[in-house]
Design a protein around this ligand. Structure first.
Ligand code: GTP
Ligand code: SPV
Ligand code: MN
Length: 592
């Protein structure tokens, strides 16, 4: 077996804790070689070349798309697997009805059996990483052990990966241990297990996204939400965006929308032509860590350094920033290709696919050319709207928290909560149609509180208590809102144009935070009247704005009853203050 000492830098000597663990894992998994990742560009290039050589990575057209590669995952391994994802706490009640649970001891036994000898003939990569700016007190480190070089490349883009992270780990006493193997990709032997009490993760049998890039959903949301509760902060499935008005004032928003419901797009929004002088600054597109500051405001950092974004639908019109970002140095996973080897997906105005995401000759009978959950992995710094504060150790101050879901009916375009506690109810009541981001049926409305249904590492009842407590600590809390870009008319057409025009809603939100914009007081919260929104030169069907801003009391009574039934599952863990908010909402709806 090759040892770490054979590498030019002896990274293995930096942290005894990491080395000990690597030795244990190597004894269990029996790799042919061990590679300690230093995170250098040279290392990235060498791994890329090796993957190209063994045909795991296919170079795309290097004259049109320099530095771009295609990776085809196993056709049974294209999205997160929520039914195979577990939170393994000593007591089942701590994982809550919102998680699949297994006791730690049998979960370890099950996983240890799968990992035994699973890296024979393969290289074990040690991937030290830091979630958040390397010099931020809010950042947290981890080490992922994986036998997938594709995972290493993605981790290099998505996190601050390598030597500096390992040096930080050596200084601090804790790190999250993430053990990953692609195994044989048999879906019957695929499990994503979390042990929050031990700060560890074991993931077997998938090489895809949130199942395999353990810094992302496993660490930065499931484990971090658990740590955040103990330490007094929040780890959330939120984008972070700065919105600069023509006067040069910037307000930062943190927005929680479920998977594939528009976070990446909103984080990089292009202002409509009728909004001259407005600028958008992207801090993050998927995850936010939020900390109460000494001044009573809430501050956010993005723990990631790259985007793992939904490809289909991305074009120069819907999201020019994302489109420009992915023109070079991008890993595409599961897209189609054209005859001259350019990446292709549904939503591109030009180009013709010749091979689909599985590499078969393209045939519409087989479904879309690009897998609906095909993704790009790209460094955040390539984004033209990248915020200079994305690396600020203290984060950015948040003016508004915005929840949202994909709802063809019921939820209006936008409304504002009456208070922080009411905002927690609004967040807890988020429902959304399921998407291709997770394996399972698409388009079914399900409850997805705070867009965290798949990601909260503990009981939602305790999570809402924690949210309420964080609010109590803030003397200047963000205002809380709910948006829905996905309302449809009777023919199934979106009523709201979305994308850049969402700025019209965001500017109302910011004005509300400043106490400047008007609103109607309704049973569900404050709504703009159609005239309160800037609809100048907006291309929208007659009557659509009115419909988008209507609160149908009958539908909302049903909705609120549904929310009540959902909340009841959390029994004694459901905070009284949230129950009171729910009762107050029911009472207001009775009066209309
Ligand atoms: P995850 O990375 O899975 O967490 O998703 P995300 O929330 O970042 O979703 P993303 O921005 O990638 O959007 C997913 C899909 O929603 C894409 O197909 C977009 O084209 C579509 N979408 C985004 N914003 C809008 C919008 O304002 N209106 C409409 N109609 N569709 C949108
Ligand atoms: C999501 O599903 O919310 C994602 C993609 O952001 S994954 O990394 O696969 O979780
Ligand atoms: Mn996400």
């Amino acid at each position: 077996m090759a040892t770490a000492a054979q590498q030019p830098f002896d990274l293995s000597s930096l942290s005894r804790d990491v080395t000990t663990w690597v030795r244990e894992v190597a004894a269990q998994t029996q790799p042919a070689a061990i590679h300690w990742c230093d995170g250098s560009d040279a290392e990235f290039g060498a791994l890329e070349r090796a993957l190209v050589q063994n045909k795991e990575l296919l170079p795309l057209n290097q004259s049109t798309n320099p530095g771009c590669y295609l990776y085809r995952s196993h056709p049974s391994d294209v999205a997160r697997v929520e039914h195979l994802t577990f939170v393994c706490t000593q007591h089942e009640i701590d994982a809550g009805p919102n998680n699949h649970w297994m006791a730690p001891a049998p979960a370890h036994r099950k996983m240890d059996e799968l990992f035994r000898g699973c890296m024979r003939g393969r290289t074990l990569y040690v991937v030290p990483y830091c979630m958040g700016p390397i010099d931020s007190p809010f950042s947290r480190c981890g080490v992922e052990i994986t036998d997938s070089a594709y995972v290493v490349l993605n981790m290099k883009i998505m996190t601050r990966m390598g030597r500096a992270a390992l040096e930080r780990i050596a200084r601090e006493s804790t790190f999250v241990k993430g053990l990953h193997s692609t195994g044989d990709l048999n879906p019957e032997r695929r499990f994503i297990m979390h042990f929050p009490e031990e700060l560890s993760i074991k993931s077997f049998g998938s090489g895809y996204g949130g199942n395999a890039l353990l810094g992302k959903k496993c660490h930065a949301l499931r484990i971090a939400s658990w740590q955040a509760r103990a330490e007094g902060w929040l780890a959330e499935h939120m984008l972070i965006v700065g919105i600069q008005n023509p006067q040069g004032e910037i307000h930062y928003l943190a927005c929680a929308f479920p998977s594939a419901c528009g976070k990446t797009n909103l984080a990089m929004l292009i202002p409509p032509a009728t909004f001259p002088g407005w600028k958008i600054w992207t801090v993050g597109d998927d995850i936010a860590w939020l900390h109460p500051g000494a001044d009573g405001r809430l501050y956010a950092i993005n723990p990631e350094s790259g985007y793992f974004g939904v490809v289909p639908g991305t074009n120069a019109k819907t999201n020019r920033n994302a489109f420009e970002t992915i023109q070079r140095d991008t890993i595409f996973t599961n897209v189609a290709v054209t005859a001259d080897n350019q990446p292709w997906w549904e939503g591109l105005p030009a180009g013709v696919p010749v091979a689909d995401w599985q590499g078969r000759p393209y045939d519409a009978k087989n479904g879309p050319a690009a897998q609906p959950n095909s993704r790009f992995t790209v460094a955040a710094r390539q984004n033209p709207s990248y915020s200079t504060l994305a690396d600020a150790p203290g984060g950015v101050p948040i003016s508004a928290i915005v929840f949202g879901g994909r709802r063809r009916s019921v939820a209006p375009l936008v409304y504002q909560a009456r208070s922080w506690a009411h905002g927690v109810l609004v967040g807890a009541g988020v429902a959304s149609e399921t998407t291709a981001a997770a394996v399972g049926e698409v388009g079914v409305v399900r409850r997805d509180p705070m867009a965290m249904k798949p990601f909260a590492g503990y009981n939602f009842g305790d999570y809402w208590s924690h949210w309420l407590n964080v609010g109590r600590k803030l003397s200047a809390p963000p205002q809380i809102f709910h948006v829905n870009w996905f309302r449809q008319d009777a023919a199934g057409k979106f009523l709201w144009p979305g994308f850049g025009d969402n700025l019209r809603v965001l500017s109302w939100i910011i004005d509300r935070c400043k106490g400047k914009a008007a609103a109607r007081d309704t049973a569900i919260g404050y709504l703009p009247a159609p005239d309160d929104l800037d609809t100048h030169a907006l291309d929208i069907a007659p009557g659509a704005i009115e419909e988008l801003l209507t609160v149908n009391a009958d539908l909302w009574r049903d909705e609120m009853n549904g929310i009540g039934a959902y909340l009841q599952q959390f029994g004694a863990r459901l905070p009284k203050a949230l129950q009171d908010e729910h009762q107050a909402a029911i009472d207001r709806l009775k009066k209309v």
